[in-house]
Design a protein around this ligand. Structure first.
Ligand SMILES: [Zn+2]
Ligand SMILES: [Zn+2]
Length: 305
């Protein structure tokens, strides 16, 4: 498995008895990312068996409470667990002002390093890059400075020939090296399988875009053109368009239009208003514009090999 997205929360501002605010765990190759961190995120991580210790990068789209209230609690839990690894946090400048004040005001200093990356909601920027993955932030259009995030496999990576990897019983832990072009060598050195046996060329590297929260705006479409998997907020149904415009959110129908115009391959919608008990009404509306649309159920895992 090289791509795994787990929905930890799908509710907008008000949590409900069965739904939590925005948070997603994303694994791409060797990276374990957390995207947004609404209230209750660390309990959701426990529920879905995601280890806090694995996280090295946390991306916060904006400062609204339903996207960041869980972060101080998560940091203090990491501290209690004796974390020593540095943690990279990406978000608007004011996020770090709040965290600094909060941490300085308690008698529990954080013992691991927090590396702050201030995002810019005015322009597109590459905010993280290594040999396997690139992460780009881009402007969204909301009531406070907000960015979306685009996660892309680097173009130099090959695509796994999954059938051949399974046939040769290649352990998952070797997948990233194989995608980088290395041959497989077993631990005892007795088995060597050439890279060309285990890979195929990869003309379309995998990509995932996260768009929450934003009013419908054509400029977002340019930022995510051709993305494989798109997560987009769909706070209201289209009969509440006026409310969506007032609060700078998107309707389910508009989310489908974004996916269609961006030529995305798959759409996942979330960030639903607590007014909706039957969430299936929302993807039904989205599918009028973009049939390959799915609901972000909490606990749902979207996987690609
Ligand atoms: Zn929100
Ligand atoms: Zn918001």
């Amino acid at each position: 498995m090289i791509f795994e997205l787990v929905i930890l929360g799908n509710s907008s501002a008000t949590p409900t008895i069965s739904r939590h605010p925005s948070a997603q765990y994303l694994r791409m190759l060797d990276h374990h990312f957390l995207i947004d961190c609404g209230e209750g995120t660390q309990m959701q991580m426990q529920r879905y068996k995601i280890k806090k210790s694995r996280l090295k990068h946390i991306f916060i789209s904006h400062i609204h409470a339903d996207h960041m209230l869980g972060l101080p609690g998560l940091l203090f839990s990491m501290n209690l667990m004796q974390r020593t690894d540095p943690l990279h946090i990406y978000g608007p400048a004011v996020l770090f002002d709040i965290l600094d004040l909060f941490i300085a005001s308690t008698d529990n200093p954080i013992h691991f390093e927090i590396i702050k990356h201030v995002t810019n909601s005015d322009k597109r920027e590459v905010i993280f890059e290594d040999t396997t993955i690139k992460v780009t932030s881009f402007p969204l259009y909301h009531r406070v400075p907000t960015t979306g995030f685009l996660f892309e496999e680097q173009t130099n990576l090959k695509k796994l020939n999954v059938d051949n990897c399974k046939r040769h019983n290649i352990p998952f832990t070797h997948y990233t090296d194989i995608k980088r072009g290395k041959d497989y060598v077993s631990a005892d050195g007795k088995t060597v399988i050439k890279n060309r046996e285990l890979t195929i060329e990869n003309p379309n590297p995998l990509s995932y875009a996260y768009c929450s929260d934003t009013v419908y705006d054509d400029r977002v479409i340019e930022q995510i053109k051709g993305v494989d998997m798109l997560y987009h907020e769909a706070t209201f149904k289209h009969d509440k368009l006026e409310r969506a415009l007032q609060t700078m959110h998107t309707t389910a129908l508009q989310a489908g239009m974004v996916a269609k115009l961006a030529e995305a391959k798959q759409l996942i919608i979330g960030h639903f208003s607590s007014r909706y008990d039957n969430l299936m009404e929302l993807p039904e509306e989205t599918q009028q514009e973009f049939p390959n649309s799915f609901l972000a159920y909490e606990g749902e895992r979207f996987i690609r090999e």
